[in-house]
Design a protein around this ligand. Structure first.
Ligand code: PMP
Length: 397
């Protein structure tokens, strides 16, 4: 008897969900995913804001193939001079404000958050971390400690001590930042909370308060970076610059990589004794860094950030229905809110049948996630919206 891929998946892979989607994909290209039976899906979630340049962008594939001819892994991060890392770090710094001039590469977003929190503690000599309610910063224990959803943290306590939470966007909460605070870590735009966007004035006051107290401001743009929100970096919307910027997801064009970026004068504490600041075997893998450099070049050359807001407007114009309560967005990071999870789930299932992939947010399960590749065309947006409206109609009647 032969077993299906689904059966083998359920048998051999550790499961993360009691009811996995079980979508089987054979190939991906541009904004499309293809099932083994040939069925084609428009991918409106990009593997959670990862495939910003589309799936298997030819230039990303080319960069990966070129690096495959040279070397894979040579040595733990930071010991050998590996040109894909050097060139990517240089390219990132050229496209960042002057104070963000030193890059530390990691494997993932969570690892980048870990590194950033450690750096802030080490640099300031302080222990207290402030983060926001409803924030998602990752699933390792440090990143989870900074996370702002008690329901998901409870089972793992005790976590890091001296972590305080403030409300994203609340001016009065800024008073909690004091001379004891090593850092404030905040998503520039809250992703898993269902796309919550604070205003420029809030961010400016936050930055001023941090500066006054000698607290480092860490912006987590793991989900909002790399053009997703209409600017290359989401902080550009708000006229502020972080002390430490944390990146991952869209960075590698589909390859695993993350980074935390700060000024040399901050980062250099990791070279002082004791030197075990943050070390990683695979962080900044040559193939991932080669892919990430190509990805950044594509975003810049194809003006993908600049197009994100115009494309978002097309979604807004099309997605009009009495069941849609509200759409929150910044560029192509969008949350389409319905009354309840049960209603949304039915719509998502119908949309999938029709050929559109969407989902919901970790901490906001009544909002549909729309975060397609930034390369999505106008006609693909029209088609995707038509399918979503059809799905809503079928559930509505
Ligand atoms: N921060 C934010 C804002 C995220 O959205 C995520 C991933 N959803 C992470 C951190 C964690 O990244 P990773 O899954 O690569 O560890």
């Amino acid at each position: 008897m032969s077993f299906s891929q689904r059966e083998l998946f359920l048998r051999f892979l550790a499961q993360t969900s009691p009811s996995p989607l079980l979508l089987e994909i054979e190939k991906a290209e541009g904004v499309y995913l293809y099932a083994p039976n040939g069925k084609k899906y428009i991918d409106l979630i990009s593997g959670i804001s990862v495939s910003n340049v589309g799936h298997r962008h030819p230039k990303v594939i080319e960069a990966i193939q070129a690096q495959l001819q040279k070397y894979l892994h040579l040595m733990v991060y930071g010991e050998y001079v590996q040109s894909p890392q050097v060139l990517l770090a240089q390219k990132l710094v050229e496209n960042l404000p002057a104070n963000l001039d030193n890059v530390y590469f990691t494997n993932s977003g969570s690892e980048a958050v870990e590194g950033a929190l450690k750096l802030a503690k080490r640099f300031t000599g302080r222990m207290e971390i402030i983060s926001c309610y409803n924030a998602y910063h990752g699933s390792t224990q440090g990143a989870l400690s900074a996370g702002g959803n008690e329901y998901f943290k409870r089972a793992y306590r005790p976590l890091l001590p001296m972590v305080k939470h403030i409300h994203y966007g609340s001016y009065s909460d800024l008073e909690q930042i004091t001379e004891k605070t090593a850092c404030v870590i905040i998503e520039t735009i809250q992703g898993e909370a269902g796309v919550k966007v604070a205003c420029s004035n809030y961010f400016q006051q936050l930055a001023v308060r941090c500066k006054e107290k000698g607290t480092l401001l860490i912006l987590d743009e793991i989900q909002a970076g790399f053009g997703r929100t209409g600017k290359l970096w989401a902080f550009e919307h708000f006229g502020i610059v972080p002390d430490i910027l944390v990146l991952a997801k869209g960075m590698g064009g589909g390859m695993p990589i993350g980074a935390f970026i700060a000024h040399r004068s901050i980062m250099q504490v990791f070279t002082e004794n004791p030197v075990l600041g943050h070390i990683t075997t695979f962080g900044g893998h040559p193939v991932s860094t080669a892919a990430a450099k190509a990805t950044l070049e594509i975003i810049l050359e194809e003006n993908l950030a600049q197009q994100a807001e115009t494309k978002a407007q097309l979604f807004l114009q099309n997605l009009k229905h009495p069941l849609i309560r509200q759409i929150r967005h910044k560029g192509l990071l969008m949350a389409v809110e319905f009354e309840s999870f049960s209603l949304l789930k039915k719509i998502i299932d119908k949309a999938l049948e029709l050929g559109v992939i969407t989902d919901w947010f970790l901490f906001c399960d009544n909002a549909m996630r729309i975060a397609p590749p930034l390369t999505i065309s106008e006609s693909e947006i029209q088609t995707a919206c038509a399918f979503i409206l059809q799905a809503i109609e079928r559930v509505y009647h």
